[in-house]
Design a protein around this ligand. Structure first.
Ligand code: KIV
Ligand code: NA
Length: 275
């Protein structure tokens, strides 16, 4: 069967159907989510933290993203794959954004790209859309600006800030984005944006009223090792993968050290001598 398209996503909003999105960074994990029916996967620059061992998304390069996105495309058959444009690959100009997005489309095979920013990125969104590349926007808290924020802060709590989030969401819709991520904004603003926009809103830490919800897969599956053991309020852990994998590794180590693995059934033997 064919992949999810941006048209399917537009129809879901018209029908009032909610949908899930997960991040993915490698082919095998992505294939699990594809088989589970996750219709849209984001090869997020959260790979910086969740896959590449950096402490933010800032060091992630376009080369990293092309490699990871290509793997996720290869590992999936049904999902729409969205590739994140990393910090420094689109802010300079719409032309730079188009060059970078083109690499994700041609070299990795993604069906859409994502970039951060509302009003400030509207020209980039318009240029990519005019070139035929579907764009998912991302407003509210935008992690590539972590150094400017000085922390992971909920956006739009005051009236002024709330209006800015709404203006940002409207700006990317007007520029032609097919969907917009709302990250770390109040449930009230997310509800208002979802009501007033005709494109779907995808929430993360944005309350229950968005058209879709996204989580970083390692957070969703309980793989992430949170500093000080403190899981953020918006994360729900649907498995305890960190414990499961750790237990498997410890059991393997114990078997090797104790001689229980490999056993007879894991071993090969020479052929008996011929007559
Ligand atoms: O990189 C990412 O995973 C994201 C999502 C959290 C929206 O941008
Ligand atoms: Na991202």
């Amino acid at each position: 069967s064919r992949r999810t398209t941006v048209r399917d996503i537009a129809k879901a909003k018209a029908r009032g159907e909610k949908w899930p999105m997960l991040t993915a960074y490698d082919a095998m994990t992505a294939s699990v989510f594809d088989e589970a029916g996750i219709p849209v996967m984001l090869v997020g620059d959260s790979a910086g933290n969740a896959h590449l061992g950096f402490d933010s998304t800032v060091p992630v390069t376009l080369d990293h993203m092309v490699m990871l996105a290509a793997a996720v495309v290869r590992g999936t058959r049904q999902a729409l794959i969205v590739g994140d444009l990393p910090f420094g690959s689109y802010q300079e100009s719409p032309a730079q954004a188009l060059r970078s997005a083109t690499r994700l489309v041609k070299e990795a095979g993604v069906g859409a790209v994502k970039l951060e920013g509302g009003e400030r990125s509207a020209d980039q969104v318009r240029t990519l859309v005019e070139a035929g590349i579907p764009v998912m926007a991302h407003v509210g808290y935008t992690p590539q600006s972590v150094h400017a924020y000085g922390g992971h802060l909920v956006q739009g709590r005051g009236e002024e800030a709330a209006q800015q989030v709404l203006r940002d969401a409207k700006a990317v819709q007007d520029a032609g984005a097919f969907a917009v991520v709302l990250e770390l904004v109040t449930a009230e603003i997310a509800a208002e944006a979802t009501r007033s926009l005709h494109i779907p809103t995808i929430g993360i830490g944005a309350g229950p009223d968005c058209d879709a919800q996204v989580l970083v897969w390692t957070d969703m599956a309980g793989m992430t090792d949170w500093p000080g053991d403190r899981t953020p309020r918006f994360v729900k852990q649907y498995a305890r993968l960190r414990e499961v994998l750790g237990d498997a590794a410890r059991a393997f180590a114990e078997d090797v050290v104790g001689g229980a693995y490999p056993a007879e059934e894991h071993s090969f033997h020479r052929r008996p001598a011929q007559g």
